[in-house]
Write a protein that binds this ligand. Sequence first.
Ligand SMILES: Nc1nc2c(ncn2[C@@H]2O[C@H](COP(=O)(O)OP(=O)(O)OP(=O)(O)O)[C@@H](O)[C@H]2O)c(=O)[nH]1
Ligand SMILES: [Mg+2]
Length: 330
Amino acid sequence: MAVNLPPHYHDAEARYQKGRTPEEKLAALREMWVILPKHKASEKVQALLKTKISELTDQVEQEKNGPKKAAPGTFKITPQGAGQVVFLGPPNAGKSRLLSKLTKATPTVAPYPFTTREPIPGMMDYEDVRVQLIDLPPITADAYEPFITDITRAADAAVLFLDLSDDDGPAATVATLKRLKQARRVLISGRPNDDDPTIYQLNMLLVANKCDDEAADIRLEIAKESLGTHFPILVVSCETGEGLDALRKAIFELLGVMRVYTKQPGKPPDMASPFTCPHGSTVSEFAGYVHNDFEDGVKTARVWGSAAFDGQTVGRDHVVKNGDVVELHL
Ligand SMILES: Nc1nc2c(ncn2[C@@H]2O[C@H](COP(=O)(O)OP(=O)(O)OP(=O)(O)O)[C@@H](O)[C@H]2O)c(=O)[nH]1
Ligand SMILES: [Mg+2]
């Protein structure tokens, strides 16, 4: 879909190109954001602009706060699977142990805080899809690794931790949220709204871990009072395994993606490894997930599953459904 951009958008874009400092560039990007018409056709431009504004805001902020601990990109993790989900929380809550339970990764797990110092990825199998999980160093009022800002921007969703074995658990999770907010990372439940492009919103669920502790229930109630309940809460124990199957499902559902299977003309569908794309994707959007060049290249598709009849030929704007088999015609 073509985006009609008003002339003063291009003026602001020229100022962005010519900007000599991050501050100048940021000012121009913010103007572009205000001018940009916000509708479906401009979704891609919106997303690009939002990422640039967020990156530059972070850069300007970090430069103000002194030298960085790590060069940008040092801890960049290549996305794999249906989506990337980051583990955020206070020290000792069981983030690393959960990663070792849900994936084949082997992070250090220790009975003292501040064990994890670097991001550690792992792949979680869920039915016929895989989700990338990233264990991170703990976040407290005073401890925040600057690379968390970049990693959370790249992530698709977040798991926030609560330690049910610690009287200070609820307050520690509140402190994590507060520190993230200072870094303009806001955990929400549901679809992010893009009102303020300098704030990065991440869809979250709460993992209340160590429910094997005998005072776990009361701490959970206290946490609900201070954190609210406007997000999914999964009560689990990495020790006993309780709640972990439900958690796998909830993490996958948090991504808001559906499975779509592909087939080649004249061949049976590949039912072993589906592609994933956001709910509500059209044929052309789905094609873009199969291959970058396909989004523009696809002309029609045949659809088995949600179509009126099996193998129905549909156009680029046809909305595909979870579980459909799609044969793309370029
Ligand atoms: N009883 C109990 N202990 C747990 C559970 N999950 C983790 N632990 C223990 O809690 C301690 C901390 O676990 P880690 O996974 O290292 O915690 P972390 O959140 O990664 O800690 P940092 O890396 O410091 O942020 C370890 O001794 C774990 O064995 C659980 O469900 N029940
Ligand atoms: Mg850890």
